[in-house]
Ligand binder design. Structure first.
Ligand SMILES: Cc1cc2nc3c(=O)[nH]c(=O)nc-3n(C[C@H](O)[C@H](O)[C@H](O)COP(=O)(O)OP(=O)(O)OC[C@H]3O[C@@H](n4cnc5c(N)ncnc54)[C@H](O)[C@@H]3O)c2cc1C
Length: 193
């Protein structure tokens, strides 16, 4: 049996409204591992599968309410669908240029080598993608993110989300404050319960 480390779970993902699972792109809803913000820095065992049931339902209800609120039936141009479909499958069919499977393998190798649980600034700068930009900004250790140079957790990073956006063709990294934790949850997080 071959044994090796693998990615277990993504803590982070698409920003969504907690009640409806609506993303910031109108009409797009996300639930499950692709949606960020639910589990904080370390998902507890078993919580992903219950997350799918609870937030999958919310996403379904949110998407249905959004669709019902639209005036009339949406019109989709067949030619536009065809163009976008061709653009998506194009890389898999071309005979020249970068092969998507090679890109995926290279990304997997790079993330496995430089962006494991214990990461340093030098490693993160070598593998500079959206995930590593957020990890560089987080100069602390928390949950599944261990910055070797910053072994302690910093209370400040418990009060913000690190947001990576692509604006024009550049990526930006910002910190945005989290809403106040409800008192009953704060008691659990702070270990009183
Ligand atoms: C080894 C391991 C053990 C785990 N053990 C547990 C556990 O014990 N308990 C627990 O709660 N959780 C566990 N998890 C986590 C849990 O399994 C996942 O978080 C959960 O299955 C994610 O479900 P999802 O529907 O959000 O995403 P996924 O199951 O990843 O579904 C996403 C789907 O989208 C498809 N897709 C991707 N891109 C495209 C595209 N461009 N177009 C169309 N389709 C696309 C994919 O093929 C996939 O079918 C474990 C995970 C791993 C890796």
């Amino acid at each position: 049996m071959e044994v090796g480390p693998t990615t277990h779970y993504m803590m982070g993902g698409v920003r969504v409204d907690a009640e409806t699972q609506a993303a910031t792109v109108p009409g797009l809803f996300a639930a499950g591992e692709v949606a960020g913000g639910l589990h904080g820095s370390n998902r507890l065992g078993g919580n992903s599968l219950s997350d799918l049931l609870v937030f999958g339902r919310r996403a379904g209800l949110g998407a249905a309410a959004y669709a019902k609120a639209q005036p009339g039936e949406p019109r989709v141009e067949a030619a536009e669908v065809g163009r976008i479909a061709a653009e998506l499958v194009g890389p898999f069919e071309r005979v020249q240029g970068e092969n998507p499977h090679t890109v995926q393998e290279a990304l997997q190798d790079m993330m496995g080598t430089y962006v494991g649980i214990a990461r340093t600034e030098e490693d993160l700068r070598t593998a500079l993608e959206a995930i590593t930009r957020a990890a560089l900004e987080r100069r602390e250790s928390r949950g599944a993110h261990t910055r070797v140079e910053y072994p302690d957790s910093d209370k400040h990073f418990g009060t913000v989300n690190v947001i990576v956006r692509r604006q024009n063709s550049a990526m930006t990294v910002t910190q945005e404050p989290l809403p106040e934790l409800p008192a009953e949850l704060r008691r659990i997080v702070e270990g009183e319960v």
